[in-house]
Ligand binder design. Structure first.
Ligand code: AHG
Ligand code: MN
Ligand code: MN
Length: 340
């Protein structure tokens, strides 16, 4: 019988904390609390069709997007799992206009949690996989209860990053800077079990590109030429040998890219030069995971992790996945920059 260790995420977090000599329990507690919130959200997502939780609330979030009930539920679950622990000084969420303060009645801590409580929410009602994205930053200001300065840190300052994908199974994938590790939820025992240790983006990668081609007419010449190159290749073969896969749920498209390789792109275009995805709680966390797994992430010019955020909900173009493909895309964008 093959020797398989049963390692829960809690055990894994503790063992990884030992690799950070200066780490105190708070950092590990936050990761454990995120896993707890993920279990609660997973349960609700898997019953969404039965609990009349489908459909929009009728409200809109700061992005001007209709808010789905599960977005609100996920936001509440994450907030209530960590507002009282004394580990965080504040939080940032896609679903909240400003910094989310820790209530005065609770102690404040040394870390910031930034998160997209439910990503891909437009897919909720059609039973397509959705997710949660998060990252942890260390407080850098002298403000006991955090400040904008603590939240607007470049991705390189992230201590940890991860996502949960609520799909055919619920998986939590995270990194603390020592590799990328995936855990699959066993709902019968309520534990995330290590199922994908040390994830590396395959090299050579699967020849998959992932982009919403409906926006092709509005892309820059560089993006148009790159995608065309993937389709037609160099020679007369007439094919670049790529397949296209686009789920329209960032966490799912990224999860596939992480496990299979390829490139995911949400570029800017004439209508939205900065693209659609948010830097702080979508692009930066996934960029840390991509780099830790041997890949790359860029906005077309700079590494995502080097971008200094200027506002909580700022958007950024995102090209992420296998290093060679991301570099090749960046070269096409640079060449095309002078045109059109
Ligand atoms: P969210 O549901 O958190 O607002 O994110 C939705 C994002 C992301 O999940 C996905 O990659 C993208 O929207 C799809 O956008 P398009 O429909 O424009 O392709
Ligand atoms: Mn999102
Ligand atoms: Mn969202």
């Amino acid at each position: 019988m093959s020797e398989t260790h049963i390692i829960t995420i809690d055990r894994h977090i503790i063992e990884h904390e030992r690799k950070h000599p200066g780490a105190r329990g708070a950092f590990s507690n936050i990761l454990t609390d995120v896993a707890l919130a993920a279990k609660v959200i997973s349960r609700k997502v898997n019953m969404a069709g039965l609990m009349d939780i489908l459909g929009a609330t009728g409200g809109e979030n700061v992005q001007g997007e209709s808010v789905q009930k599960l977005d609100v539920f996920a936001q509440e679950v994450i907030y209530r799992a960590m507002d009282h622990t004394g580990d965080l000084c504040c939080m940032v969420s896609e679903e909240w206009d400003d910094i989310i303060p820790i209530p005065d009645k609770f102690p404040a801590g040394d870390y910031v949690l930034v998160f997209d409580p439910l990503d891909g929410s437009s897919n909720i009602d059609v039973n397509v996989s959705i997710g949660t994205v998060f990252a942890i930053l260390r407080k850098v200001s002298n403000e006991e209860r955090g400040s904008l300065m603590d939240c607007l840190q470049p991705g390189r300052k992230q201590l940890a990053a991860g996502y949960v994908v609520y799909g055919s199974s619920t998986m939590l994938v995270y990194t603390t800077g020592n590799g990328v590790h995936g855990f699959t939820l066993d709902p019968s025992i309520g534990e995330f079990i290590l199922s994908h240790p040390d994830i590396r983006i395959p090299d050579p990668p699967s020849r998959i590109y992932s982009v919403n081609e409906a926006y092709e007419p509005k892309w820059s010449p560089g993006v148009q030429k790159f995608i065309d190159h993937l389709k037609r290749g160099d020679g007369d073969s007439g094919s670049g040998g790529f397949s296209s896969r686009y789920i329209g749920s960032l966490v799912s498209d990224f999860h596939r890219t992480l496990l299979r390789g390829g490139i995911f792109m949400y570029p800017g275009d004439r209508s939205n030069p900065e693209g659609k995805l948010r830097l702080l709680y979508e692009a930066s966390p996934l960029a840390m995971l991509a780099e830790q797994a041997g890949g790359r992430a860029t906005d077309g010019r700079r590494d995502i992790l080097d971008i200094e955020p200027e506002s909580l909900h700022q958007r950024t173009p995102l090209l992420i996945g296998s290093a060679d493909l991301v570099t090749q895309a960046q070269e096409f964008l640079a060449e095309g920059a002078g045109e059109g």
